[in-house]
Design a binder for this molecule. Structure first.
Ligand code: NAD
Length: 258
């Protein structure tokens, strides 16, 4: 396993699903992990369960003050961050014509504002510390393809590619790398919730949604797993040069090939 000994890693949305799996993998690889999530209790409980000196902090990634406070506390208690995984996210399934402006803005705030605010805070610490770092944004296969009823999600996930490319360019002189992981469907609470929602919108059974919508374009009709994504995040965190920056890695059973 790749070693992250002595590294400080902050993972947002780390109290559930993909973020939690990444936080776990980083801790087992030797990093001190900050479990940042919107609910303080969930963040602390997860940090405790992960062990290895993980720290749980409450951070709503859409709130500039909470993001700044969380990064300041991290620097105070553990040191400047070496690795950021901007992962917090939600999904709202709705035809575009029925989508409220409030829901559009909420989605962009969590996925885009959250990525900007956390990446800016991480970059400032990485540049000041002089040791470089790895910024990983959680994109999606939807950073490259579109699906019905996911307008703000698809727009935001496409936007993350642009943000990562700018961070890669501005960060290069400071050895700050930025990449996007683009998972296919992973069975987390975010996905379990949308299976019945999509079934309703599309007039399909839940089995049909899984087979004919979610996994239809994969090479083997299989879900991506938490382990698949955690391993990719480990690889990107440990990769030590600017040779791999500004990229997106699709981990989706061939759903989209670039
Ligand atoms: P999840 O629902 O299991 O976990 C999301 C976490 O984000 C939760 O702990 C939640 O509390 C937290 N969160 C939500 N809003 C927040 C906020 N404002 N501030 C801080 N934390 C907040 O979902 P998941 O499936 O693990 O998704 C994680 C990321 O992976 C998301 O960005 C999602 O878009 C992306 N993704 C998921 C899949 C999938 O199939 N599950 C596929 C591609 C991309």
């Amino acid at each position: 396993m790749q070693s992250l000994d002595g590294k400080i890693a902050l993972v947002t949305g780390a109290a559930s699903g993909i973020g939690r799996a990444i936080a776990d993998a980083y801790a087992r690889a030797g990093a001190r992990v900050v479990v940042a999530d919107i609910a303080a209790d969930n963040a602390s409980e997860t940090a405790q369960a992960i062990g290895h000196g993980a720290l749980g902090i409450a951070m709503d990634v859409t709130d500039e003050a909470q993001v700044e406070d969380g990064f300041a506390r991290t620097a105070r208690e553990l040191g400047p961050v070496d690795i950021l995984v901007s992962n917090a996210g939600i999904q709202i399934i709705s035809p575009l014509v029925d989508l409220s402006f409030a829901d559009w803005k909420r989605m962009l705030a969590i996925h885009m504002d959250g990525a900007f605010l956390t990446a800016r805070a991480a970059m400032r610490q990485m540049i000041a510390g002089g040791a470089g770092g790895s910024i990983i944004l959680m994109g999606s296969a939807h950073s490259h393809v579109a699906s019905k009823f996911k307008a703000p999600y698809v727009a935001a996930k496409h936007g993350l590619l642009g943000l990562a490319r700018v961070i890669a360019k501005e960060g290069a002189a400071h050895r700050v790398r930025a990449n996007v992981i683009c998972p296919g469907f992973v069975r987390t609470p975010l996905v379990e919730k949308q299976i019945p929602e999509q079934a309703r919108e599309l007039g399909l059974t839940q089995e049909q949604v899984v087979r004919d919508v979610m996994l239809r374009d994969t090479v083997d009709a299989e879900f991506t797993t938490l382990e698949d994504i955690a391993e990719t995040a480990l690889f990107l965190a440990g990769f030590g040069s600017n040779a791999l920056t500004g990229q997106s890695l699709l981990v989706s059973h061939g759903w989209h090939m670039q």
